[in-house]
Ligand binder design. Structure first.
Ligand code: MN
Length: 214
């Protein structure tokens, strides 16, 4: 029985043009994201079989596959909702006038300014070696925001961090349109960021993850 299911896109394939063309969105969602959903479900079945048979010879590979596919599913589910057409409010900066002032303040407190945050997330995303992500995350020990450079879907991640804005820097996210110009793609991504969604995720992370103290 499948535990995870592929979520529907919150817009049509062409909604993010010209930043991302419809062919990329269709392949990325219907093929790549779908493969991570299937991979997570298949791995859970294999783990159940291992438990039932008490056979643990493949445990290391299975746990790695679970981390990879589950993280891929989660990051892509956030990614689709983190974006919106500029016609529908995507892009720009988070502003108090748009009801996302707490997020804007948290960015300024954590990074010095929006411009410095934008530079760090752009650099972290555009310089991933191989496949990875640039991620803005809520970090519960400090109660601040951090930028993480994630490898594959699950490496180089701060334990406890909650992703609130994710930039997919895998080649499948841009190559059909931007060829080898990853930095151009990442810079264009800022035109479709859905700050309302990022703000909702930030508020939810702050509310659900208690400040960790020692
Ligand atoms: Mn992807």
């Amino acid at each position: 029985m499948a535990i995870y299911t592929l979520p529907e896109l919150p817009y049509d394939y062409a909604a993010l043009e010209p930043v991302i063309n419809p062919q990329i969105i269709e392949l990325h969602h219907d093929k790549h994201h779908a493969a991570y959903v299937k991979g997570a479900n298949d791995t859970l079945e294999q783990l159940e079989e291992a438990r039932d048979k008490d056979q643990w010879g493949a445990i290391n590979g299975l746990e790695k596959n679970l981390a990879f596919h589950l993280s891929g599913h989660i990051l892509h589910s956030i990614y689709w909702n983190n974006m919106d057409s500029p016609k529908d409010g995507g892009g720009g900066e988070p502003l108090a006038a748009d009801g996302v002032g707490e997020l804007a303040d948290a960015i300024t407190e954590s990074f010095g300014s929006f411009a410095k945050f934008k530079a760090q997330l752009t650099k972290a995303s555009a310089t991933t070696q191989g496949s990875g992500w640039g991620v803005l995350a809520y970090e519960p020990v400090s109660g601040r925001l951090v930028v993480e450079q994630v490898y594959d879907h699950q490496g180089n991640v701060g334990v406890g961090s909650v992703p609130v804005l994710v930039f997919d820097a895998w080649e499948h996210a841009f190559y059909l349109q931007y060829k080898n110009q990853k930095v151009d793609f990442i810079e264009a991504m800022w035109q479709v960021v859905n700050w309302q969604d990022v703000s909702r995720r930030y508020q939810a992370a702050k509310a659900s993850v208690p400040l960790i103290s020692f």
